[in-house]
Write a protein that binds this ligand. Sequence first.
Ligand SMILES: Nc1ncnc2c1ncn2[C@@H]1O[C@H](COP(=O)(O)OP(=O)(O)O)[C@@H](O)[C@H]1O
Ligand SMILES: [Mg+2]
Length: 379
Amino acid sequence: MIELQGLTKRYGDKTAVDHLTFTVRPGVVTGFLGPNGAGKSTTMRMVLGLDRPTSGDVRIDGKHYAQLSEPLKYIGALLDAKDAHGGRSAYNHLLCLAQSNRIPRRRVDEVLETVGLTAVARKRSKGFSLGMGQRLGIAGALLGDPEILMFDEPVNGLDPEGIHWIRNLMKGLAAQGRTVFVSSHLMSEMALTAEHLIVIGRGRLLADTSMAQFIAQNSRSFVRVRTPQVESFQDVLTAAGYRPVRADDGSFEVQDADPARLGELAAEHRLVLHELSPQRASLEEAFMRLTAESVEYHAHGAVTPGAAAPGTPPGGTPGVPGMPGAPVAAGQPPVPPVPPPGQAAPPAEPGQPPVPPGQPPQPQWGSQWRNNPRSGKRR
Ligand SMILES: Nc1ncnc2c1ncn2[C@@H]1O[C@H](COP(=O)(O)OP(=O)(O)O)[C@@H](O)[C@H]1O
Ligand SMILES: [Mg+2]
């Protein structure tokens, strides 16, 4: 179990992590989701004692990382796939880690086998591809057979086979009853992997919910209808109390409708249908809307709440009910931002200006070894 209590990190006047309070529980994969710069890596560094919190607290099974005598046996982490000494072989890298935590040598062979690096175990890691580096990092995390595992964006730069493998590995570890905490900036990835979801933006907690609940609340469902008798069908639907929206491709999108009922209506009025299909809007859209206010670095054309996403009907995005930024129906009060559990509603902040062309989109903070003199304590 990982417990954060009011965890906060400031770098000068920049607040990277802002009063985060949540618990990561065993037995499920917990996704830690947020746009780039949201504070995911900083949070994970504080879990491992690589960064000192400005205020607040984070504990691993009730203890601070520094209080764990052989920490690899409690928590294994992959924060940066390039943090192995490039001149060392994969085997020797893992052997060093194992010896520092009194882990038997045979365990090195086991984890190399698990991650599929046995064939290149004696090769120096500086020649490794990003995917091989991720596998080596994961081998290091598994070395002490810990109950808690933490992975920072583990699928970045991986090919589909590698992504599939990591996904199954994480699910398997959670199924064994372990605590698995994995960060990503991609909702689509989390939807396939995580059972529980923690969403942050600009260091603040935006959601702490089960994936099923997030999907139920945020997936807009509608029925797509295609008919050659457009106007007649529109009249029938409107008369029946529906509010059909015409999409770019000529089809209708009908919110809050039962496809069977729409089919019956068409039959009653002897209207021809070419398509009648239940649909769900993408979770990625819901995630973007949830975090739109807190995206720090925009490409040209800043993402704004409620901005039309590809594939949305003309007239705008229908919006996520109950979410900040959802368009307001006539006569209804605006939806206020939902305060995350245990926290006051964040004050509205003006959006950051887009990064001017020619400037790097985000400062690179490299590996924690370089940036943090205390990082030697990591393993
Ligand atoms: N060592 C550091 N010094 C100054 N600012 C930092 C440092 N590390 C991270 N930041 C800033 O803190 C914010 C959160 O960064 P990070 O935790 O890396 O986000 P994420 O992992 O979610 O992309 C960013 O604005 C980043 O620029
Ligand atoms: Mg990061």
